[in-house]
Design a protein around this ligand. Structure first.
Ligand SMILES: [Zn+2]
Length: 1023
């Protein structure tokens, strides 16, 4: 599913502002960040939840594909894939990870963990499998449609479905999914294998708990025979949640309200649109027809092949059959939009659809999607199989985007872009690339079950970097993989409360939706990044190409991927990929590697990294002993000139108490050495004091010997190690001093890490205190050079392309204003005053308007706030409305913030808030140093109301809001408030966010006791 812009924006905002989850890092300026792409954040918050399922995995690993879609790949036999030889690998490893029969197993653990006994509860049986659906739907969007509606209501739809199934085991029942669907008359069931055309349907019943529709038959179905199930029904178009089949409203420039009908099926929402086998492994082909008003048009996954007029009001559009895919990828849109199109070099028609008035903003998306899709065809050696690929921009949309095969749906701002006026091109490119990666990872090859969702989302996260490198090479996005992805995943996983990547998932909506979390996306992408590096890019690519060919039109789990990668590596590194990767996917957390050098020998040990090593750690489904196969790369001072790109590597094994590195003789006794050379490994490293000092000495004398990733990584690593009290503070302080000035990216890393101190030390100090505190001065000093460079000038640094410049300029200006840079504050304040006085037309670049509005209100008084409130309510420009709406959360007046929240809760959508805007406002207040206490009081005293406000499409963002609030906590009183809250409230989806908040608060308290004063003194000594 589309990673939300939130995730994307967050990942990029970490360049300046650090991790979004920021309890121990910095979310200090998320409030300003959130203004950039306001609507973007709305979605983002929905997905980024640290709610994870509570129980172990579905081990349906080796079940055969149920799909018989004919492909050339079916002829490939994976014979001998795991019988690679036992020769030692080519590099200087101390352990041998080649695939031999007698390799030791990870310490004290079976390789395959058993799922809980009841994990199949609520799952469909495989006695009957769907082969093809023939489906017709007719939505009723307007009042004059209603006379033809069977339910006699607007925002309903009528449908009929014929499901061609194959019996696998004799049974007299067929169970499928159906939710909120009204069946008309009785279903029928006929054999298609015999001439006997008797209807064998007897009765049906619903099992509400599992959304099961059970058809009881008059006779037993015979194995390997085909049957037709036919059902006429009606359904409700959801107006309260953006799921299933729902109407999305938009308003034209003539102030005309219009609707389109659209769908969001992932997670388990197809069952709200048609009776179906609504699990990812039940793939089938689809023949779809949509009936719609003659003045509207229709889109679905396949290309439209025919349209006929049924009567004066209705037409029917037929779509080409879509090959084997799961129900969650189905998509139907009835619309009155326009499109632009191009046919790519491989003959695929690519179209961008949007409101007719917005087509000027569609050409960027068309260019990017054409380039990326064509590139992925070649890169993956696997051509996109459908005739067309539609991308459509929808105003009211649950996630950032959704990768429906052949018809990708987007929140409008994630697809449309205009250099001067609209959206963020960088963000649009990231989103399109992510969704296009799913065409292969998820759509062509689908995970068996939701526990392997990371195969979809981890790959889409990873492939984003491959694609963006093509279309926006100036971003150097691969250089930022650590900062954008790995750092965040290490942070989240370091709290010790989240389960493993492949945690078992029950067949409940909460469990399934809970899979769309930071671990799935970021840790999933990060371990693929590590895997690519230790296998080499060539081997990795060969493996995934084989994987795609082998599993095309079928399902897969991680085991299939391991098998193909092992096979591709059989004559190269000879790694046993499954054995290695099980330790990273079947247990939570990651290792802290401790290295100690004596002479030319370095001893390495591992233990699980925890921010609080004394805390309880998650123990469910993680009995691999908390030890890992670690590809430990290293370089040293006098090593070869290309050593950072081709580092030496040893394997650490779970069973070994110690692992060893032998430095060559030419390494001098006072050479520094460095492990995890370019920070591609998913682990943290600690050294003996002497080596830290040698690294610091090198950084002081000539930091340029370290690549950019390594410098950023060392700043980040030592910050977190000192927060976890693994190393003394001075190491981080010195690295940040030495590396900070060396480049914009290291300076941003220092700003990001320092924001934690600012957050902890300043707390309610919301700026402009006189005299400014040392920390405030320090932050200003750090940001000043970046600010001076970017400033407000619309034409600075012409050597970098506009997109990168815009993003950079926004980040830097936001941070400068947030930390009370006088120039920035005065500029923003005077611009807002000028708006208010209407002295003259104000020209502020759209890129910086959010910063201006937010800080005009932050550093203004009630008149500015009232002006913002008025603007929010009166502007007809959606983007402007969203900017003002967020800007209002920037106020330093807690009474204003309190009444703002109260209004949101009491009036909710009565304020005509766009769905999700309430969550955005709550998060904005939560991120505000002057507001987190207001938000906390609000949540505690209105828990049920808050839950209600955010439930449905916003349910998950409760965790997000909660995380923002508690990231400020650093006192025993606040810890006690947290504990009291947990004991007296139903936490539901908040479970993991709550546990993480307790850990973070404990760590923050410890930092305040052990480090706050000294950090303050250090800062005072250098400003
Ligand atoms: Zn995705």
């Amino acid at each position: 599913m589309g990673e939300t812009e939130f995730k994307l924006e967050e990942a990029t905002t970490s360049e300046v502002h650090g991790d979004r989850k920021g309890g121990m890092y910095c979310t200090v300026s998320r409030i300003v960040m959130s203004l950039l792409t306001v609507t973007v954040l709305i979605a983002a918050t929905a997905v980024l939840v640290y709610y994870l399922p509570t129980r172990p995995v579905d081990q349906v690993a080796t079940k055969p594909s149920i799909v018989n879609y004919p492909t050339a790949a079916d002829d490939i036999t994976p014979t001998g894939r795991l019988t690679t030889s036992a020769e030692s690998p080519g590099n200087t490893t101390t352990t041998d990870l080649t695939t031999t029969a007698q390799q030791p197993q990870p310490t004290g653990a079976p390789v395959t963990l058993a799922p809980p006994d009841d994990i199949m509860k609520g799952r469909l049986s495989k006695t009957v499998l769907p082969r093809r659906y023939e489906l017709t739907l007719r939505p009723f969007l307007y009042d004059d449609d209603v006379p033809d509606s069977k339910l006699g209501q607007r925002f309903t739809f009528d449908g009929w479905v014929r499901i061609k199934v194959e019996c696998m085991e004799a049974t007299d029942e067929i169970t499928l999914h159906s939710k909120n669907i009204t069946i008309h008359g009785m279903p029928t069931v006929h054999s298609v294998s015999t001439l006997d055309n008797t209807d064998i349907f007897e009765s049906y019943k619903m099992i509400e708990e599992y959304s099961f529709l059970v058809l009881k038959l008059k006779e037993m179905l015979r194995p390997h025979e085909g049957y037709d199930i036919f059902i006429r029904y009606s359904g409700i178009m959801a107006t309260d949640i953006l799921l299933g089949f729902y109407p999305s409203k938009y308003i034209t420039s003539q102030n005309e309200t219009r609707y389109i009908a659209t769908t969001q099926m992932e997670g388990p929402y197809a069952r709200r649109v048609l009776p179906c086998f609504d699990e990812p492994t039940f793939k089938a082909s689809y023949d779809v027809q949509l009936e719609h008003r003659t003045d509207m048009s229709a889109l679905s996954n396949g290309i439209d092949i025919r349209r006929i007029q049924l009567d004066s009001h209705w037409s029917r559009t037929y779509f080409k059959r879509v090959p084997s895919m799961p129900t969650y990828l189905l998509a139907f849109v009835v619309h009155d939009f326009s499109s632009i199109n191009v046919t790519n070099a491989h003959g695929c028609l690519i179209r961008i659809w949007c409101e007719t008035e917005l087509t000027d903003y569609a050409s960027y998306a068309l260019n990017v999607s054409e380039s990326i899709q064509t590139y992925f065809d070649d890169y993956l050696d696997n051509e996109f199989p459908l005739d067309k690929q539609d991308h459509i921009a929808i105003q009211e949309f649950f996630f950032g985007a959704m990768e429906n095969w052949g018809l990708i749906t987007y929140r409008d701002i994630t697809l449309l872009y205009d250099e001067a006026m609209y959206g963020s091109g960088r963000y649009v490119a990231l989103m399109i690339t992510h969704e296009l990666a799913h065409m292969w990872f998820g759509n062509l090859v689908t995970m068996d079950w939701w526990n392997d969702l990371w195969l979809n989302e981890g790959f889409a996260t990873y492939m984003q970097h491959i694609g963006i490198d093509l279309v926006l090479p100036e971003l150097k996005i691969s250089e930022q993989f650590y900062a954008n992805r790995v750092s965040f995943a290490l942070y989240v996983d370091g709290t010790g409360v989240y389960p493993s990547l492949r945690e078992p998932v029950y067949a409940t909506e909460g469990d399934i939706l809970g899979q769309f979390n930071g671990i799935t996306y970021e840790k999933g992408g990060s371990i693929l990044w590590m895997l690519e590096h230790f296998l080499t890019l060539d081997v990795f690519n060969q493996g995934i190409r084989n994987y795609l060919k082998e599993r095309a039109y079928k399902n897969a789990n991680a085991e299939h991927l391991w098998e193909e990668l092992t096979y591709a590596d059989k004559d190269v590194g000879k790694h046993d990929v499954k054995r290695i990767m099980d330790t990273w996917t079947l247990q939570p957390g990651y290792p802290l590697i401790t290295l100690t050098r004596t002479g030319q020998d370095i001893v390495a040990t591992q233990k699980r990294f925890m921010f609080n090593f004394n805390a309880n750690r998650s123990t469910e489904f993680d009995d691999l002993g908390h030890r890992w196969y670690v590809p430990l790369t290293y370089v040293y001072k006098s090593g070869p000139s290309d050593q950072f790109d081709k580092p030496e590597q040893v394997w650490m094994e779970p069973a070994d108490q110690y692992s060893y590195i032998k430095l060559p003789d030419e390494a001098a006794s006072d050479d520094w050495y460095l492990a995890n050379a370019k920070m591609v490994g998913f682990y943290r490293v600690n050294y003996e004091d002497d080596n830290w000092q040698r690294l610091l000495d090198q950084a002081a004398v000539d930091p340029s010997v370290f690549p950019e990733e390594t410098k950023v990584g060392l700043i980040d690593l030592t910050h977190y190690l000192s927060i976890a009290e693994v190393i003394p503070r001075y190491i981080y302080q010195n690295f940040s001093t030495y590396f900070g000035p060396s480049s914009p990216s290291t300076r941003r890393a220092v700003v990001a890490t320092s924001s934690y101190f600012a957050k902890m030390l300043l707390r309610n100090d919301t700026g402009r205190s006189q005299p400014a505190s040392p920390v405030q001065n320090y932050m200003q000093q750090l940001i000043e050079p970046l600010y001076a460079e970017s400033g407000w000038d619309d034409s600075f640094t012409p050597d970098i392309q506009r997109q990168r410049r815009n993003k950079h300029q926004f980040d830097v200006t936001s941070a400068a204003c947030f930390h009370s840079n006088i120039h920035c504050v005065d500029k923003a304040s005077s611009l807002v005053k000028a708006y208010m006085d209407e002295e003259k037309p104000i020209t502020v670049s759209p890129n910086l308007r959010s910063v201006v509005y937010c800080n005009g209100i932050r550093f203004g008084g009630r008149p500015e706030w009232n002006y913002g409130w008025e603007m929010m309510q009166t502007t007809t420009d959606r983007q402007e409305r969203a900017r003002w709406m967020s800007a209002l959360t920037c106020s330093r007046d807690s009474s204003l913030l309190k009444s703002y929240l109260q209004t949101v809760l009491e009036q909710g959508l009565g304020l005509d808030l766009h769905r999700g805007e309430a969550a955005l406002i709550l998060i904005g207040v939560a991120e505000n140093p002057a507001g987190y206490q207001v938000a906390w009081d609000f949540i505690r005293s209105n828990w049920e109301g808050t839950y209600e406000l955010l439930k449905g499409n916003r349910e998950i963002s409760i965790s997000d809001v909660f995380g923002e609030v508690t990231s400020f906590f650093n006192t025993q009183e606040e810890l006690q408030e947290l504990l009291d809250f947990g004991s007296s409230h139903r936490l539901g989806v908040l479970k993991y966010a709550y546990q993480a908040a307790i850990i973070e608060t404990e760590v923050n308290i410890r930092w305040m006791v052990n480090s706050a004063q000294q950090t303050d003194q250090w800062i005072a000594s250098i400003v």
